[in-house]
Write a protein that binds this ligand. Structure first.
Ligand code: GUN
Length: 282
């Protein structure tokens, strides 16, 4: 294998140590960071993500309150819950796990979260701050990707970054963060023509689509940095990213594994955002 591994598991563990120290410092000021997690319905992937988030809170001394709501929950009930948490001085972060059941307009619920407690960075005011080049709460997965790139010393300024996937959660905010670091950014999506050639022109190639093996070895420029945000459950029960890891790692200069790449960094950035929100609360 030619590529160097971008080890998110190990970097996330380092971040958690720093978060734990920050939690101890906040305790001196009489503050215990508190995160409320709202989980609606039975989506198995969401349940795993939430379990991992709650476990990371426990490990670092962040209080976490999990609200498990039925798949039939109304938008009004969710909005009311968020409003109550906005007013709760012991809660510094509110996380509404997505996707929400289809009868609920996720946008309405996310816009109800007080921006200062929006540790996912999904509120329009936080996304707008990012667009304006003055980031406040930055969405956790894009923040985790940037931290991995910075930690590995991947050159960003002047590089061509190609991001495949234009979601509000990953693709769009990540494109803005890369732009802010002076990368030239191409944001691709399902209608993009000639994805293969676009991808092959990337110094930094990010796949955030949710389709196993979307990125083949042929789509990777020799020496490029390949970031795999995808988590796909295969029919045999195993996990795979959006990148054909075996093929891409023969060509790439750096690559993230799945699992153990971006996923742990998402949770680490969530903890950081929550602790920062708590620190700013008094
Ligand atoms: N669903 C998939 N990724 C995320 C995330 O980062 N935050 C939330 N709230 N839901 C998600």
């Amino acid at each position: 294998m030619a590529a160097r591994l971008l080890d998110g598991k190990s970097l996330a563990a380092q971040v958690r140590v720093a978060v734990k120290r920050e939690v101890e410092a906040l305790a001196q000021r009489g503050i215990r960071p508190g995160l409320a997690v709202l989980l609606a319905g039975e989506n198995p992937a969401s349940r795993v993500y939430v379990r991992n988030k709650v476990r990371a809170c426990e490990e670092t001394g962040v209080r976490s309150d999990l609200y498990e709501l039925p798949a039939s929950v109304s938008e009004e009930a969710l909005v009311d819950r968020v409003l109550a948490l906005n007013d709760d001085p012991d809660i510094h972060g509110i996380l509404v796990q997505l996707p929400l059941p289809k009868q609920v307009d996720a946008h309405e619920v996310l816009e109800t979260i007080a921006p200062a407690k929006d540790i996912d960075g999904f509120h329009e005011s936080n996304l707008g701050a990012l667009l304006a080049g003055r980031p406040r709460m930055v969405p956790c997965t894009p923040a985790g990707v940037m931290r991995l790139l910075e930690h590995a010393g991947v050159p960003l300024a002047g590089s061509h970054a190609v991001v495949i996937g234009r979601s509000n959660i990953v693709g769009k905010p990540l494109a803005l963060l890369l732009l802010q670091r002076d990368a030239t950014v191409t944001l691709c999506h399902s209608k993009s023509r000639d994805l293969e050639n676009l991808a092959r022109s990337a110094d930094i190639l990010v796949a955030a689509v949710g389709r196993a093996k979307l990125v083949t070895g042929r789509m990777v420029k020799p020496g490029a940095c390949v970031i795999d945000v995808g988590v796909n459950r295969l029919s045999d029960g195993s996990l795979a990213g959006d990148v054909d890891f075996a093929a891409a790692s023969e060509v790439a200069g750096w690559i993230t594994p799945v699992p153990g790449g971006v996923g742990p960094m998402t949770i680490a950035m969530l903890l950081e955002n929550c602790v920062r929100a708590a620190g700013a609360s008094k």
